[in-house]
Design a protein around this ligand. Structure first.
Ligand code: DHB
Length: 396
């Protein structure tokens, strides 16, 4: 049955939209989730793999934590490498919190399965054509499903439909501020059937650029190297990728060896930062990538999306319960403070660890000075760790 009316119409069935639907349900608020893509596509998209402790808490709150607890890998710290040596950042010791390695793909699968197990509305292949009347108290979403056009009426609409989604277009252009930074490099990412060579993540600044050693499980390695913009993943032979990874992670004392194995997936991710403000217009609220993109360094994208909807669920819950609009009115400013904190952190991690192809030796010296400071100063390590594991809601 196609629902015609709900309290909150959610455009986008990625982690932001799905998590919001679950949080609203816990607050007694009905929603309908409309996703343009087929279920199979949503469930197989490879994205980052680090969950802040707040994101883990949210998954626990909604009951999507069983597989995460069974297969996720809690990490107490991570490593930075530069100039042939290594610095460990012990998040647990410095901040009392750790992070979880659990891929966004798996989070999405669990959130979808949970929604369907509740019998709550989630439509795939539902292409949104327009979000309308958001300046009135009767907004609606026009969409196409199974060859027919439908209208979903709601009290509020949430645009959680990614950076190219249609929801944002319901905000008049002249009211939108857009802030953007395109980075002069991209990431070539691989998945490989080989056990990770380090039990913690390694972020390296090599002479020829950035490299990251991550993992998906005790038998699957995930790794990235910095490549020029416009790179085609297929132009990189497997051995050439392993050679670059080995060179960028190498330690002067020769104590590190990178294990190689069959590469099962290769893709290139461009690096950009975009923030659009405000995140609300009338009865339309934006969340996640629909409002902001961060470069992947530090894996803040999913975590920011979840933080947005935690704030939004609280605000919508309060509004439906008591008609009090205070939290809803504060939503955009509250969310944007964290967005800019994370944008700054991602920029810091990115510029500190990448080699700018248009940079000069001065840039190189500054990046190394930053890394040296982290090496010698516990307070610098703590600040890094605090941002990496994520600040508590309300602490930004
Ligand atoms: C991964 C991605 C990141 O951007 C990051 O900072 C850490 C890990 C990952 O895909 O595993």
């Amino acid at each position: 049955m196609i629902p015609e009316r709900t309290q909150v119409a959610i455009v986008g069935g990625g982690p932001a939209g799905l998590m919001l639907a679950h949080l609203l349900r816990l607050r007694g608020v009905d929603s309908v989730v409309l996703e343009a893509r087929p279920r199979e596509r949503v469930e197989t998209r490879q994205r980052a793999g680090i969950l802040e402790h707040g994101t883990v808490d949210a998954l626990r709150e909604v009951g999507a934590d069983a597989r995460m607890d069974e297969h996720g890998l809690p990490h107490d710290g991570f490593e930075l490498r530069f100039s042939g040596r290594s610095v460990r950042v012990d998040m647990q010791e410095l901040t009392g919190h750790r992070v979880m390695i659990w891929a966004q793909t798996e989070v999405t699968k669990d959130l979808i399965a949970l929604r369907l197990s509740h019998g709550e509305p989630l439509l795939f292949d539902a292409e949104v054509l327009a979000v309308e009347d958001v300046e009135t108290d009767a907004p609606s979403v026009r969409y196409r499903h199974d060859g027919a056009e439908h209208v979903l009426r709601a009290d509020a609409v949430v645009g959680a439909d990614g950076s190219y989604g249609p929801a944002r277009r319901a905000i008049p252009e002249h009211l939108v501020g857009r802030f953007e930074r395109i980075y002069p490099y991209s990431w070539l990412g691989i998945l490989a059937d080989v056990a990770p060579s380090s039990h913690e993540l390694i972020y390296a600044r090599g002479r020829e650029g950035f490299a990251l050693a991550s993992m998906r499980s005790p038998t699957v390695t995930r790794a990235y190297i910095q490549v020029p913009n416009g790179t085609d993943a297929q132009d990189w032979a497997d051995e050439a990728i392993w050679d670059q990874l080995s060179a960028r992670f190498a330690l002067d004392d020769g104590s590190f060896t990178l294990a190689r194995g069959p590469i099962t997936d290769k893709s290139v991710t461009p690096m950009r930062s975009v923030v659009t403000e405000p995140m609300r217009h009338g009865r339309l609220f934006l969340a996640g990538d629909a409002a902001h993109i961060v470069p992947p360094t530090g894996a803040k994208g999913l975590n920011l999306a979840v933080a947005d909807v935690r704030v939004l669920a609280e605000a919508l819950g309060e509004w439906f319960a008591s008609k009090d609009e205070t939290l809803l009115d504060a939503y955009s400013d509250t969310a944007l403070r964290r967005v800019w904190r994370a944008s700054h952190f991602s920029w810091t991690m990115t510029t500190m660890l990448h080699v700018d192809p248009d940079g000069d030796p001065f840039d190189e010296k500054l990046a190394l000075a930053h890394l040296h400071h982290i090496e010698v100063s516990e307070s610098a390590r703590r600040a890094l760790a605090e941002n990496y594991r994520g600040l508590a809601l309300g602490a930004v």
